[in-house]
Write a protein that binds this ligand. Structure first.
Ligand code: SAM
Length: 246
C-alpha cells in the first residue's frame, strides 16, 4: 500500500518510522511518503493560511497550496488515491473504516492546522477522487497529524503480512465477525500467580471450548459496562443463546 501525507509538520509524523509501521515500511509492505505543504507555496513567507471570510477567530488554510500539492501527488501514481481528510466534523473513524481503507492501494492524508482547509478543496477533489472526511473522536485537536498517526497504524496492522500472526486481530475489540460490536475481555500471561492474584482457572484448563465461552462472556460483560451503546446497536443475529441469557 502507498500512503502520502501532506502536512506543514512532516517531523510530527516521525513515529511512522518506528515499531509496527516502521517495520512494515522497512519490509516494503508499506510505502509512506511525507510532503511539506509549504513546498507548494510561492511567497517569501511560505504562507499557507489566511483570515476567514465572514470574520471570526482563527485562520483558514488557503486552497492554492493544497490544490497544487494534491494535483502533483495524485498524478504521480498509476491508481487513483483515496483522499482522507481528518476533521472533527467528519464521519467517525471505526474499525470497519480501517478495514475498508486497508483494501485500497493508495491513501493520501491531508492533516490540517488552524480552523481547517478552505472548503473548496474537498469539493474540487470529490469530483475526481473518493474523498473521505474522517474524525477520530468527539474532541478537537490542534492538528490532523495525530489523527493520521492513529489511522495509519490502525490500517497498517490489517495489511497482509504486517502482523506476525495473521490471526492476532481476529479477536480484537470491534473486529469483524464473532466479535463485531464487542470489546475484547481481559488478557493474562505468566506467571500464573502474581501478588496473590490468580489467572482464571479456565484459561489454564486447556479446554478450548470453555476458554472461548469464557472470553465471549467477559467481552459481553465488559461491553455492557463500558459501551452499552455497542450492545444496543448489536445485530441480534450475532448473539447466541448463551449471550442472550447473560
Ligand atoms: N474548527 C474546526 C472544527 O471545529 O471542526 C477544528 C479545527 S482543528 C483546530 C485543526 C485540524 O485538526 C482539523 O482541521 C483536523 O485536520 C484536525 N483535527 C482536530 N481534531 C480532529 C479529530 N477529532 N479528528 C480528526 N481530525 C482532527
Amino acid at each position: 500500500m502507498r500512503i502520502d501525507v501532506v502536512t506543514i509538520f512532516p517531523e510530527y509524523l516521525e513515529p511512522l518510522n518506528v515499531s509496527l509501521v516502521g517495520k512494515a515500511r522497512a519490509r516494503g509492505l508499506l510505502d509512506v511518503r511525507l510532503h511539506d505543504l509549504r513546498n507548494w507555496t510561492h511567497d517569501r513567507h511560505h504562507t499557507v493560511d489566511d483570515t476567514p471570510y465572514g470574520g471570526g477567530p482563527g485562520m483558514v488554510m488557503k486552497p492554492e497550496p493544497w490544490g497544487e500539492a494534491l494535483d502533483e501527488i495524485a498524478a504521480s501514481g498509476e491508481d487513483k488515491p483515496v483522499i482522507v481528510v481528518p476533521t472533527p466534523s467528519g464521519r467517525p473513524f471505526t474499525q470497519r473504516l480501517a478495514e475498508e481503507l486497508s483494501t485500497r492501494p493508495w491513501l493520501v492524508f491531508t492533516p490540517a492546522r488552524y480552523e481547517g482547509i478552505d472548503r473548496r478543496v474537498v469539493e474540487e477533489y470529490a469530483e475526481r477522487y473518493e474523498v473521505r472526511e474522517v474524525s477520530i473522536g468527539d474532541y478537537v485537536l490542534a492538528g490532523g497529524e495525530a489523527p493520521v498517526l492513529v489511522m495509519v497504524e490502525a490500517v497498517a496492522r490489517l495489511l497482509p503480512g504486517v502482523l506476525g500472526n495473521a490471526e492476532s486481530h481476529r479477536d480484537d475489540s470491534f473486529a469483524d465477525g464473532a466479535m463485531a460490536n464487542l470489546l475484547e475481555g481481559p488478557v493474562y500471561t505468566k506467571p500464573p500467580l502474581w501478588r496473590g492474584r490468580d489467572v482464571p482457572d479456565v484459561l489454564l484448563s486447556g479446554h478450548h471450548g470453555r476458554v472461548e465461552r469464557w472470553r465471549r462472556d467477559q467481552a459481553l460483560t465488559r461491553t455492557a459496562a463500558n459501551r452499552p451503546d455497542l450492545l444496543r446497536s448489536c445485530d441480534p443475529e450475532t448473539l447466541d443463546k448463551h449471550d442472550r441469557a447473560m
